[in-house]
Design a protein. Sequence first.
Length: 304
Amino acid sequence: MLDVCLLGTSGMMPLPRRALTSLMTRFDGSSLLIDCGEGTQVSIREKGWSLHDIDVIALTHVHGDHVGGLPGLLLSMGSSQRTEPLDVIGPKGIKRVVDSLRVIAPGLPFEIRYTELTEKYHEIQIKGYTLEAFKLKHTVTCYGYSQVIKRAGKFDLEAAKQKNIPLEFWARLQKGETIDANGNVYTPDMVLGPERKGLKVTYCTDTRPIPEIAEHAKGADLFICEGMYGEDELLEKAKEKKHMIFSEAATLAAQAEAQELWLTHYSPSLIRPKDYVEGVRNIFANTKAGKDRKSKTLKFDDQD
């Protein structure tokens, strides 16, 4: 089960009821924050979620509307007596940027561990899931992210019994562990069926549409994509600023065969995004206008 909350949906500058872009997810006791614009921690509190549980922060790029909320967030996390390490992931140079922002947030009681992205694609195993980072096309180096939760096959009780696998090893094998004990080697494939469908959320903002986006969002249960402008007439402006319009995001969702599309990262001039959504549903039917604290719980296929 994966909880998803779009904390902020504004691009460039915050508005009275629209915080700057940020996404938070919760899985198995771990919380992932993607981007941290101004207003992020207020939105987390309004949602009723915990700052203390954030253990991974992934930053798409270093423009101010995506990182400006970090100093305050880090200070609040420190004040909550957090001591566990925090992983920060982002483009090359992210450590320098975050350390500079920390001039006003020194002396934190927890370690910050940095992972700097340098290639077109990275696959990071962290906190029980896979975080895929892929390079986008913006005015500065920018990455999109997919959070992928893989799911092993069902445990075959009869196979475990027939192969005389000790009961004490069953749970460990179910978790994917290989066990060497008493001269015998037990592997997960001895007791697990075919891998089942997992969960996938893809987050992509501040970019022009490129084929790689649809490739990396392929089959996503939820595709969250920027739609800076709703009107097709603003296409040339979007191209100039290296952003997207709604119809381009919907086209990517259709190409990716995603289950659902949430639009985000709106221009401050786009006051009522939902007024333009109906016009792109002929491209991708399950398109929705994101709004602050729009939430969803994604469940595995066989869960209620």
